[in-house]
Design a protein around this ligand. Structure first.
Ligand SMILES: Cc1cc2nc3c(=O)[nH]c(=O)nc-3n(C[C@H](O)[C@H](O)[C@H](O)COP(=O)(O)O)c2cc1C
Length: 305
């Protein structure tokens, strides 16, 4: 039996281990519970939820890409009221932290979502200021430091749980975006959302994805995510939740060395539903192999040249 301590803290939130399911790749958890007990996970982030139901973008919404995939689902979800009534009660009963990913068109939407989630029993809200697949809000807000700060502050004033701000990599200086979230009172930042990409069918000359562009995710984005997590680690004092292309326990350790206090796993779960439990099982021996006795002691311990 390993004596390695896997527990980790993201601000006031303590997770039993640093592996959290990423938004949009785990639904609201129920389907995934057919594969394993969600209680093994550090946490689950829900699919992005909006004020009103959204039917998402027309097909095709997904395309293959070297080292990963493109998606333009377009935030399909039943809307906050239904999610609170039908999905969250089940998820909250699982022995894991529950984080709701909230997405809006404007400040008013984010405030409504934060209000609606008060008293529901979740552990944190992740403000999705980074979805590249919808026409308004989201990534437009997440590319403007002043708007990031305004939305974060407004939600922080209302919410009874910690606020995480999910950042887009489709900016030049991600550290400035993290600083804006910190200035607005965010408890943590999570990054990265997907990189804006495109594929073209050479016979029809049309983009493969009906939305023309889509978000690129998977192992191909991992080096970009690592670099951005480290930039944010240097820029802010709030914790960072790192994601983007994590495929193995070694990747988890690399992401934490770059500065992440916890990680999320997305596309890897779409390839293999057991990937997170497998990583959790492998993590103690990877930590042992580098002489660590706990997962928290490696956060930000990369030694730059
Ligand atoms: C099919 C799909 C749907 C996604 N939906 C959401 C979403 O609703 N909200 C969100 O913040 N991110 C969403 N994402 C982005 C992921 O949460 C994650 O930030 C990104 O895919 C990078 O991590 P990965 O390489 O481990 O997948 C989605 C990603 C995929 C592949």
């Amino acid at each position: 039996m390993s004596t390695i301590d896997l527990s980790c803290r993201v601000g006031d939130l303590t997770c039993k281990n640093p592996l959290i399911a990423a938004s949009g790749t785990f639904g609201f958890g129920r389907e995934m519970s057919r594969f394993f007990d969600l209680g093994v996970l550090g946490g689950v982030v829900s699919k992005g939820v909006t004020v009103k139901e959204r039917r998402g973008n027309p097909p095709h919404r997904i395309a293959e890409a070297p080292g990963g995939m493109l998606n333009a689902v377009g935030l399909q979800n039943p809307g906050i009221e239904k999610v609170i009534k039908e999905d969250l009660p089940w998820l909250i009963k699982q022995d894991t932290k529950v984080i709701v990913n909230a997405a809006g068109d404007d400040l008013g939407d984010y405030v409504k979502l934060a209000e609606a989630l008060n008293g529901v029993g979740i552990d944190a809200i992740e403000l999705n200021l980074s979805c590249p697949n919808v026409k308004t809000g989201c990534m437009a807000i997440g590319s403007e430091p002043a708007l990031i700060e305004e939305v974060t502050r407004a939600c922080k004033e209302i919410a009874d749980v910690p606020i995480w701000v999910k950042l887009t990599p489709n900016v030049t200086h991600i550290g400035d975006m993290a600083k804006a979230a910190e200035a607005g009172g965010a408890d943590a930042v999570s990054l990265i959302n997907t990189l804006l990409g495109m594929r073209i069918d050479i016979r029809t000359k049309r983009p493969v994805i009906r939305n023309n562009t889509g978000g690129y995710s998977g192992p191909g984005v991992f080096p970009v995510a690592l670099r951005m997590v480290h930039e944010c680690f240097k820029a802010v004092n709030i914790p960072i939740v790192g994601l983007g292309g994590i495929m193995s326990a070694e990747d988890v350790v690399e992401m934490m060395l770059a500065g992440a206090s916890a990680v999320q796993v997305g596309t890897a779960t779409l390839l293999d539903p057991y990937t997170m439990p497998t990583m959790i099982e492998a993590l103690p021996s990877v930590l042992e192999s580098i002489g660590a006795t706990s997962v928290s002691e490696i956060v930000g311990q990369m030694r730059p040249w």
